[in-house]
Design a protein around this ligand. Structure first.
Ligand SMILES: Cc1ncc(C[n+]2csc(CCOP(=O)(O)OP(=O)(O)O)c2C)c(N)n1
Length: 354
């Protein structure tokens, strides 16, 4: 029987910086020393934030929190390749991304304390609200990309989601739509190996997530998601391509969720210490520091200074956050629909003790 040979049935794997901080100069994206330092400083800032937010949740000072430790390079590397007016559709694990996208830290804390005002995007950037429902925002992102195309604005739209989200119909609908209408969309999957306790290998029979793009007629690329230069390069290439009218890209960042799924999870029940330790060796911060030391961009004094500065920035935001007035609980009901449903009215009255 004749066989159909598919073109482009190859999945590129991109790594620029290895675990020992050695860089493949041929693949290294164009970044000035100042830009590399800016990337490093943002990575440290969000790592400090992540730990602080987790600690605050444990101390009862924050309602809930979702850690992104291990995924800093995926979030900062991709954010640095975007323009402020590009559309960004984050997921619940995207706090670091939002901070890298100029979202005030105070507001990120506000959001995790149950105050929806925390998700109001600053006027000068187009950050959409965090999607707690898994994957639903990918469709919105494809739609925003279509709007940008129809308006001819040269904006691109990017959505962030996990490996688990690729099992949702929304992922396939968004990818199909984006392919058919050739919209300027980038789909960025942070494949952190888990959907709560479900391991990546139980999520899909496909060898890679990236290859799923082939079925929708566009390019998929797999990158080392703990290598900030690889993530930056892949995102920049995808974004430039989308802006030039050449359609969508799926980027799979292969990374690891170092922490529990959420503050209500205990990952030690479904994965071994050895597995976590093996991934720790790939840590995005350590390998960037090793690289920067070799290039004389980092020494102990600079490292200490950045850590201290980051802690101060976060502490300042925490102080500001803790002085904020709590939101009115009625807001929960008031702004869902133009008018409250009878059930909402009943729930509100119950909450207010009427
Ligand atoms: C539509 C929907 N279904 C189920 C859930 C419950 N849920 C929360 S997180 C999660 C796992 C998602 O895993 P993945 O997409 O890999 O992202 P990760 O949390 O690993 O970053 C599930 C099933 C949800 N939030 N939304």
């Amino acid at each position: 029987m004749p066989k159909k040979v598919l073109k482009d049935f190859e999945i590129e794997y991109l790594q620029v910086l290895d675990e020992n901080g050695n860089c493949d100069e041929k693949l290294m994206p164009k970044l000035s020393n100042e830009e590399i330092k800016k990337i490093y400083e943002m990575i440290i800032l969000i790592r400090v934030f992540d730990q602080k937010a987790f600690n605050m949740q444990r101390q009862g000072r924050l309602g809930t929190y979702i850690q992104f430790k291990g995924q800093e390079a995926s979030q900062v590397g991709s954010a640095m390749a975007l323009k402020d007016d590009d559309f960004v559709f984050p997921m619940y694990r995207s706090s670091g991304l939002l901070i890298a996208r100029k979202h005030p830290i105070v507001q990120v804390l506000q959001y995790w304390n149950g105050d929806e005002r925390g998700l109001k995007s600053p006027d000068n950037v187009n950050n959409f609200p965090i999607s707690i429902p898994v994957g639903t925002h990918m469709i919105h992102s494809a739609g925003a990309a279509w709007a940008a195309k129809l308006r001819g604005t040269k904006q691109i739209s990017i959505s962030y989601f996990g490996d688990g989200a690729t099992s949702k119909g929304d992922f396939h609908e968004a990818m199909n739509f984006a392919g058919v209408f050739n919209v300027p969309a980038v789909f960025l999957c942070e494949n952190n190996q888990f959907a709560i306790s479900v391991h990546r290998k139980d999520q899909t029979k496909s060898e890679t997530i990236a290859q799923k793009a082939i079925a929708y007629g566009f390019e998929g690329i797999q990158v080392d998601g703990m290598d900030v230069f690889a993530v930056y390069k892949a995102t920049k290439d995808a974004v430039d391509k989308a802006r030039a009218g050449k359609g969508p890209t799926l980027i799979e960042c292969v990374t690891y969720r170092m922490a529990d799924h959420s503050t209500s999870d205990d990952a030690s029940r479904y994965r071994t210490k050895e597995e976590v330790q093996a991934w720790q060796k790939k840590d995005p911060v350590e390998r960037l520091e090793k690289y920067m030391r070799k290039k004389n961009l980092l020494d102990d004094a600079y490292k200490e200074k950045i850590l201290k500065q980051s802690k101060e920035t976060i502490e300042k935001a925490v102080t500001q956050f803790e002085k904020l007035e709590a939101p009115d609980p009625k807001d929960m009901f008031n702004y869902v629909f133009a008018e409250m449903t009878p059930q909402q009215k009943e729930e509100m009255e119950e909450l207010l003790g009427k």
